[in-house]
Design a binder for this molecule. Sequence first.
Ligand code: HEC
Ligand code: HEC
Ligand code: HEC
Ligand code: HEC
Length: 467
Amino acid sequence: MSRLRTIKIRSAGRRARAWTRLLSSMAALAAMALAGDPAAARSGGITAGETHDDNIIASVAAGGRLYDNWLRELAARRPKDLHPLYPETGRHADEPWQSWRCVSCHGWDYRGVDGVFHTGPDFTGAKGIDAMRDQPVGAIIEAITAPGHGFVEVFDHQTLLDLAMFVSNGQITVDEVIDPLSRRARASPGRTSAYFSTICVNCHGPDGRMMPTIPPVGDVARSDPWMALHKMLNGHPGDDMPALRAFGLSTVLSTLAYTQTLPGHDQLASIARGGKLYDDWALEIDRHYPSDPHPVYPSDHKVLLGSSTWRCVECHGWDYKGAVGIRGIRNMAGAHPAAIVNVLTDDVHHMDNFMRFKDLTDLAAFVSQGQVEMNEYIDPVTKKGRGDPDEGPEYFLTLCATCHGEDGVAIRTMPPLGRVADENPWKVLHRMLHGHPGEYMPAWQSTMPPATARNVLSRAQTLRNKR
Ligand code: HEC
Ligand code: HEC
Ligand code: HEC
Ligand code: HEC
């Protein structure tokens, strides 16, 4: 490696930096060809405490991001067809462009069919790239551009160099650092992590749950530590997430171990928010409904002024049993959230056009776990609550009256609570259990036993109808 340090070019300009990188990569190429010494090539910038040429590490990290998702890293146009080597039954059959990512075939553990992808929806049968570790860059480029591989003329020279640098120098022997059974990082987590608290926190928040487009990073790090490690070492394709490779493997590992202790998905909060989204998702996520009516909403019906045919509740009802001739969602109570997300992204709903990962997850949590059988609370014929208005008055007085007033008329922006409770007790129960979209009103489902909720509802029906 000493050969490389001699050609370090210092410069501030972006262009000059790119050149530095190219030069040093080429030098690495030459060095490896000359040396033929695996030890020299194995540097990889991953052993803590050693010094390395920055540019090699940068090239390896860039190659790691390309390996993860070269389409995003290069902002390339997404292929419409499945990669010829990708099985038609594979995980990405519905999103063909994903089948072109190196990782989709070769895996986050770089071992392809011999690793985590040996079974399940990620199975492709492709071998790993681990046999190419420490191999000369030229040979790797040949393998990448081999005709059957599908990448002839796809990548420019620098891209190929970075990819090859990663394949040769960037691979971790994952079983040495992650226990394959428990999926835990082989490092002690520590109660704090300077790395997480000063770097990751900016984008992922102190508990790793801030980014609505992805699951909590704690969950990701526990369920797919290989992917988390790869991203931590190399950065996230096309984004500003820094690559930690330069800090050395042991540092990155203990950061991974710490990340694995972060809290996961909060199911109760998710259900409650899902209930609000069901009620009025545009209000809850602070956007506008499309101005055209929902194509599936029957044209012989109308929604009230101020509502929208795009609200779940207008088609599926406040009692979840369907409205305007459209079926309800009761049959999906208890269903697997993934099956519900499939419905929400089908040709009828297309909610992925409007919602992010977290919104869809929350809605699915509500549909699966948040629905109640309304007939147990409300007599469907008389519309009367099935509780006793005189029992447990303290609940209404302490939990509701603080905002709504003892008579239910204190909030001027809504009709008297008593009137709403008479006219649409299902809506009142739904909002009592899940809160009011876009407002600070709490959701009471997880804390109020059904009997109490029935009593509070019945009490609300005794309140004044007028101001
Ligand atoms: C759709 C699946 C698929 C994708 C995507 C894919 N490969 Fe491959 N790759 C294969 C298969 C299958 C082989 C084995 C080919 C053979 O043995 O002839 C292979 C072979 C290789 C090899 C040679 C491994 C060896 O030991 O001989 C390397 C290196 C490699 N791929 C790198 C990449 C890189 C880098 C990318 C992304 C730019 C990529 N591959 C994308 C399926 C894929
Ligand atoms: C500058 C912002 C930024 C910083 C800092 C950052 N990340 Fe990220 N991270 C992202 C973005 C953006 C994504 C991709 C989000 C997406 O796919 O929508 C991401 C994705 C991830 C993922 C993959 C999640 C998934 O399911 O796809 C993991 C794991 C992750 N980050 C961990 C970390 C860790 C650990 C740190 C600290 C070492 C960190 N990130 C620092 C922006 C950042
Ligand atoms: C304009 C009317 C309309 C709106 C708005 C609407 N849906 Fe639907 N939904 C339908 C129709 C029609 C079906 C039946 C066809 C299907 O399964 O896609 C359905 C089916 C479903 C099902 C499956 C029910 C079953 O038993 O198979 C669920 C769950 C669901 N919708 C949830 C939602 C959620 C959550 C929202 C709000 C984001 C929503 N829908 C918004 C019309 C609508
Ligand atoms: C922290 C204040 C707060 C508390 C506590 C609170 N609410 Fe609310 N509630 C609100 C706000 C704000 C609104 C929205 C008012 C609006 O629509 O302008 C609201 C709306 C409602 C609605 C919807 C009315 C409509 O027009 O559809 C119902 C029903 C309701 N609350 C019932 C309750 C019940 C029952 C309790 C006690 C179990 C309760 N609330 C406790 C603040 C609160």
